[in-house]
Design a protein around this ligand. Structure first.
Ligand SMILES: Cc1cc2nc3c(=O)[nH]c(=O)nc-3n(C[C@H](O)[C@H](O)[C@H](O)COP(=O)(O)OP(=O)(O)OC[C@H]3O[C@@H](n4cnc5c(N)ncnc54)[C@H](O)[C@@H]3O)c2cc1C
Length: 256
């Protein structure tokens, strides 16, 4: 008991010290970004052994989407899985290195629907993850590339244990099982209120190109939900651009 109290007091003191160090000099532990680098990869540029194949996807102006990265691997110095009980039991006392492997261009489509006519009720959200057959294929490529990089890091001498949270085997079935058990959202929710034609063939638009909601007067939407399609990176900068665009169109409308 006395030992844990001493430990708590030391941790609190260390935390406070780091806090003031950051406030005063912008240095110390809190100045270290959670994620300082990321790897963006096009899955079609990888062969079955996750080797990079130069020029595997040649740029074609008619299908530029075939050139956009569809995998992001985030090397993180913390636990990237949602299972906190598992974390507490097995990993809370050791240093962690994780590849948070994400699908950047998921083709599965979810829904956001009203749960009732009351504005106080939370909407019904169905993520519908992995409902499109191409998403598990990209996820497999992302997991295999992470494993390959992890093995390369270990082979080059970094003192990591390696293979702590990995699939049971290398086959599709084992990797798919791993993806199903370990997948989580990267919290980049977008496109639920997309800017597109009202009767767009891919999915009906909700707002026009000045962010006005079709059929409702005096309402504009300015957030990640209006993206016509999901971008192949983190969303914040693009959200700011939407907000700036919204300011512009509102000010222009005042001039009319
Ligand atoms: C943990 C986390 C980490 C992230 N890290 C990054 C990152 O490092 N880089 C990056 O580019 N992106 C990152 N993102 C993604 C990015 O932050 C979001 O995509 C972006 O903030 C979305 O902007 P938004 O305006 O659509 O929604 P939000 O930023 O969520 O804004 C919605 C706002 O609406 C308010 N609101 C909600 N309901 C109501 C209501 N009924 N009435 C009034 N107000 C309401 C909320 O309080 C909130 O202020 C991260 C997201 C999360 C969750």
């Amino acid at each position: 008991m006395a030992e844990s109290m001493t430990h708590l007091a030391t941790s609190t003191l260390k935390g406070a010290l780091e806090f003031f160090k950051y406030i005063i000099s912008r240095t110390g532990l809190l100045a270290v970004p959670i994620q300082s680098t990321s790897l963006f990869v096009r899955s079609s540029s990888l062969d079955a052994e996750s080797n990079f194949v130069p020029n595997a996807s040649k740029y074609n102006a008619k299908t530029p989407q075939n050139f956009v990265p569809d995998i992001e691997l985030m090397p993180l110095a913390f636990w990237a899985v949602d299972d906190l009980e598992e974390y507490k039991a097995d990993f809370s006392k050791i240093g962690i290195f994780t590849f948070f492997a994400t699908i950047l261009q998921p083709k599965s489509r979810g829904t956001v629907r009203l749960a009732s006519s009351s504005p106080h009720d939370r909407p019904r959200v169905d993520f519908n993850f992995f409902s499109h057959p191409s998403d598990p294929t990209i996820a497999r490529a992302a997991v295999r590339l992470s494993l390959k990089l992890g093995a390369a890091i270990k082979a080059s001498g970094f003192p990591i244990m390696g293979g702590v949270v990995v699939p049971d085997g290398e086959g599709d079935e084992e990797v798919d099982r791993f993806v199903k058990r370990r997948s989580r959202s990267a919290l980049h929710y977008a496109c639920t209120c997309r800017m597109a034609g009202e009767f767009d063939k891919d999915a009906p638009g909700v707002v026009d190109d000045e962010l006005r909601v079709y059929g409702v007067k005096g309402v504009r939407v300015a957030d990640a939900s209006v993206f016509p399609k999901i971008i192949s990176t983190h969303l914040q900068a693009a959200v700011v651009m939407v907000a700036e665009k919204c300011t512009e169109v509102i000010m222009e409308s005042w001039e009319d």
